[in-house]
Structure formats: C-alpha cells, structure tokens
Write a protein that binds this ligand. Structure first.
Ligand code: BGC
Length: 397
C-alpha cells in the first residue's frame, strides 16, 4: 500500500509534467528526475508488496480495454496509455475487444481478477458493456468510461471524452462553408455504429447546423428517406435519430461504408451527382466513401468530412482526396484518464468539468476540445505540435 501511494504521488507529478510538454522527451525527463529517495522507498516497498499474496497474484493497478486494433484511432490511444502509464510507474495492461462485447467482458473479468483498482474502458457497444462494468464495480473497481459513454447503468463512475457534439458541428459547418454556390446541392449522410452513443452525438451536432440548409432547399439529402421525412425538424428525438442512423450507419466499418456508398450512387440519377457534399463520420469510413465517389464519372467534385486525424487520412487531405478531419488529441484524453486514475487511487475526487446523462445517472465527465484540420493547417496542427513526424507524409508543405 505504501508503495502504491508513493508511486502514485510520483505518477501524479509526472503526468502533470507530461501535460505541460508533450512527446517522449518530457516523459524521459520526468522519469530520470524522480528523487532518489522516493525510488529507494519504492523498491523497498515492492518487496512488501511481493509478500502480500493478494496483490502479488495480480498486482495490476489500472486496466484499459479498447474496442479494436483494426482501426488506427485506437492504436493511437494505446500508444499514449502505454507511454503515460509506463513512465508514471503504474502496473497496467491494455486489452482489445476486437469488435466483440463478449471478448470485452472477458477482458474486464481478466483485469479484475488481476487486482485492478481502476478500469478505463472504451466500450465496443455502449449498452452491452453495462454488464461488464457492473461486474467490475461489484468487485470494488472504479470505472472510467473512455471516449464512448456506457449507457443504462449506474456502474460508470466517470467519463473522459472529447466534445463529440462539437465534432459533429465542425463536420456539418465545414460542408456548409465549402459547399458549391447555388441550391439543391446533393448531400450524402453517413453515420457511425448505432451501438456507439457517440454516433448519435456526432450526428446530432452535424444535424444542428445542416438541418436549416436542408429545410431551405440549399442542400438536398440524396441517400436517406428517413432523414428526408424528418428534414423540417430542427431537433430530433433519440428515436428519430435512431431511424436515420439505422439507414445510414457504416457500423464504423470501412467495408460497410464502401458498399453503402456504392449502392447509393447506383440508386440515384445524375441530378443527385455533379458537385456533392458528404458527411462521413470518421476517417476510416471517409477514405472508403471518398474512393467510391472519386471513381464515379458523374460526380464532378465532392467535399467530405472525417475525424481522428489518422495518418492515412492526413495523407488523403494533403493529396486533396479528403477535405477535412477533426483532430482529437489522444495525448490529452489518455493523460486526463491517467490523472483521474491517480486521483482515485489517492482517495481524492478527480477533477471533472461537465456531466453526461447515460440514461441511469448524470456521469461526472472531463471533456476535451477538438481541432478542425484541413490542408491549410495540417502541418501546424499535427506535425509542429509533435503529434506526427513529417516523415510519415509525402507532399507536406
Ligand atoms: C470515436 C471515434 C472513432 C469511432 C470508430 C468513436 O466512438 O469517438 O474517434 O472514429 O468511434 O472507432
């Protein structure tokens, strides 16, 4: 216990240092700056812990569960967690659910059996994850929902998230600001997975700015009869959003996005082609959809959104194949979660700045801003900030 407390105090100091600077240089400095006295104490206490069979059986402090390795977005988060938690001296493990709620539950059980005190979990399916976090909660674990809210349970203690409504607004506003002149411009709508609460928030944000332009005839929805039926409603209920999302969902899957885009372009006439706008929910689906629109000879130009600033999409933006992305700095999100874990393990109440209702309670949340990235600011936002190395890209000016 003494060991835990000391390393946590150290960890808290380190994570704050890392937040001020960024990248691995600061991390190294923080580690090597650890006062010798504390390091000695820590080593001595490690022996105490080894004698403690309960802790020795697992001795994990923090468990992290992420949805899938198959999307670069979550590999970015994994890298940030490993760097932060490792440097801060935590015992921790990151596990992936690979798109399966059953695997997710097993992952949570595995981490709980290894003695974790804090679970940081990005749910595969926000409703299905309730059972997994309830099991963790019953075992005395504090649960932090990461990026995606877990719904319908009071077993979620905290939520660390980007401002997802702002993501949707940024996507919708980008389409408005970069639309061709005139009226009757075809608008293709796509959404994330209906099992992800974020998909609703992103869509709600986008709808909040796009709807007036649809209602006044500037834009014409080309691929969703449900959205057309609701186009005069400024604010949609969750059920109404569900109907639209049910029709235009990509399931966050590149292949679903591709085949839906192909089917949509096959189904429409030439009047729904020409210069078009595409609301794509994230980078992976945006690249798939963009490739389909780029190869249709009747589509003369397209403006398409994204989010996550995945390397492949940043290259698409540089090459003029994707119009924008939303930068969600995973360094901040991971650091906020780790800081929260430190507070919890020190018996303190973590700092939060808002709440999100998850249908069972108002979950105290820490929210992070987002940044719109286009060809114009890609270098400043993503390379000069130290997030990516310039060598990852070609044609960067
Ligand atoms: C995340 C996005 C991500 C998407 C697909 C959402 O919950 O917020 O950043 O692109 O899931 O994984």
């Amino acid at each position: 216990m003494k060991k835990k407390l000391l390393s946590l105090i150290l960890a808290a100091a380190m994570v704050s240092t890392m937040l001020v600077g960024c990248g691995s240089k600061t991390t190294e400095t923080a580690s090597s700056d650890a006062p010798a006295e504390e390091v000695v104490e820590d080593t001595a206490a490690t022996e105490d812990a080894a004698a403690d069979t309960t802790e020795a059986s697992g001795d994990l402090q923090v468990g992290i569960v992420l949805p899938t390795k198959d999307e670069p977005r979550w590999l970015q988060d994994q890298a940030q967690f490993e760097s932060l938690l490792g440097s801060a001296g935590f015992t921790s493990q990151v596990l992936f659910s690979q798109g399966s709620s059953a695997t997710e539950k097993t992952n949570v059980e595995t981490l709980v059996s290894q003695g974790i005190d804090v679970l940081i979990i990005c749910a595969q399916d926000g409703a299905a994850a309730a059972a997994a976090v309830e099991a963790a909660k019953d075992a005395g674990v504090t649960v932090i929902a990461y990026d995606r809210l877990i719904t319908g349970t009071d077993a979620v203690d905290y939520y660390v998230t980007f401002d997802s409504f702002a993501v949707g607004v940024a996507q919708g506003q980008y389409l408005i600001d970069n639309a061709p002149e005139g009226t009757g411009i075809p608008l293709y709508l796509y959404a994330g997975a209906a099992t992800d609460n974020n998909a609703f928030i992103f869509f709600e944000g986008a709808w909040s700015v796009l709807q007036p332009k649809i209602a006044d005839g500037t834009f014409v929805i080309a691929n969703s009869s449900e959205a057309v039926a609701l186009q005069d409603k400024a604010e949609l209920t969750r059920d109404e959003e569900g109907k639209i999302i049910g029709q235009i969902t990509t399931d966050w899957d590149f292949n679903v996005a591709k085949s839906k885009a192909e089917a949509h372009l096959t189904a429409v006439g030439a009047d729904a082609k020409g210069d078009v706008l595409v609301l794509a929910p994230n980078d992976g689906t945006s690249r798939s959809i963009a490739d389909v629109f780029a190869t249709d000879k009747d589509v003369t130009s397209y403006v398409i959104t994204g989010q996550d600033s995945e390397i492949a999409s940043v290259q698409y933006i540089i090459d003029g194949k994707q119009s924008m992305t939303v930068f969600k700095d995973t360094r901040t999100l991971a650091a906020d979660s780790v800081n929260m874990a430190v507070s919890i393990l020190n018996g303190e109440t973590p700092a939060t700045d808002t709440t999100y209702n998850n249908e069972a309670k108002d979950v105290a949340a820490k929210q992070t801003d987002i940044v719109v990235v286009t060809k114009d600011n890609v270098k400043a936002a993503l390379v000069d900030s130290g997030y990516y190395d310039a060598s990852e890209f070609t044609g960067l000016e």
